[in-house]
Ligand binder design. Structure first.
Ligand SMILES: [Zn+2]
Length: 296
């Protein structure tokens, strides 16, 4: 059954009400003032969605490969250690607990985590011996200035208000503490389809007709469900951080490809290339980005 949808009235980053439709079938809007793209109208997060999420994760757990799961966090761990070599760490939306397990195994961290899917809380306990708090971050009521570092691996794009989430994290981070955020990268540089569409649009305009068919860039909303509510680029991520009490230290490609998939070798090459491009130009050309920020 299709649920009631809610319409977002204000840009979550800059607060502007000047919003336009970017992709109608995908329910993608953008802010005219700052360019932030988000899903609206959207479903209200409720039990049914949470149940779908649990089902999805239960399915995913059948193919869970401990070695590959840990390998997919190694590059993130290297970035993490550079800025947060030790201390008290919180992983928001810890999933199966792979990242916290790496932290725990290093012996340098006191590990905390939250997770909305009860199934994952049980899984992390059984697989890694981790005690995650069930529920959303705000329900955990951590003390102020408590953590040295907070991580969110592909969580923020699912959160109704990224700005509210970042403010809560700023409250519980110690002054100078670091925040690590990985999300899909929606920028033109990371999505070749955007380039192809722009070229095709230009050709269509020259010919005065729709000779070339445009590539669909976003799934139809009903197909996508309620999974991604925000569609970040390095620029909008930087703005979001600056508006909520953080200084962005680094925004680079995130090692987010699926190591179990048939395309893993190709994705590894593409990630290696993205690292070189980032090193030379600062541009994030991979389809996921990793932002490191410091609470100011
Ligand atoms: Zn805006």
């Amino acid at each position: 059954m299709m649920q009631d949808l809610i319409t977002i009235e204000n840009c979550d980053i800059c607060g502007s009400k000047d919003l336009r439709v970017f992709d109608a079938p995908g329910h993608i809007m953008y802010c005219l003032r700052c360019g932030f793209k988000f899903t609206s109208p959207r479903k209200v997060l409720d039990k049914e969605i949470a149940d779908n999420d649990v089902q999805y994760r239960q399915e995913h757990s059948k193919t869970f490969d401990r070695q590959r799961s840990l390998a997919s966090y190694e590059r993130r761990m290297a970035v993490f250690c550079r800025y947060a070599p030790c201390g008290r760490v919180l992983d928001v939306g810890a999933g199966f607990g792979s990242f916290l397990h790496l932290c725990k195994a290093s012996g340098a961290y006191e590990c905390h985590g939250t997770e909305v899917a009860a199934f994952c809380v049980d899984f992390a306990k059984q697989e890694f011996g981790l005690d995650l708090k069930a529920g959303i971050l705000e329900e955990a009521c951590y003390p102020s200035s408590y953590f040295d570092a907070v991580t969110m691996w592909h969580v923020l794009e699912h959160v109704p208000s990224p700005a509210a989430m970042l403010r809560e994290i700023a409250r519980i981070l110690k002054p100078g503490g670091c925040l690590f955020i990985a999300v899909p990268n929606d920028s033109v540089m990371a999505r070749p389809g955007f380039w192809k569409n722009s070229v095709k649009l230009g050709v269509n305009r020259l010919l005065g007709r729709d000779a070339l068919k445009l590539k669909k860039m976003y799934p139809v909303y009903a197909e996508e469900g309620n999974y991604h509510l925000s569609h970040f680029t390095p620029a909008s991520m930087k703005r979001l951080l600056a508006c909520n009490g953080y200084e962005a230290l680094e925004i680079g490609p995130d090692d987010a490809y699926n190591r179990v998939s048939a395309g893993a070798a190709k994705a590894e090459r593409s990630f290696g290339f993205a690292l070189k491009v980032h090193g030379l130009t600062g541009i994030v050309s991979f389809d996921a980005l990793l932002a490191v920020a410091r609470k100011v």
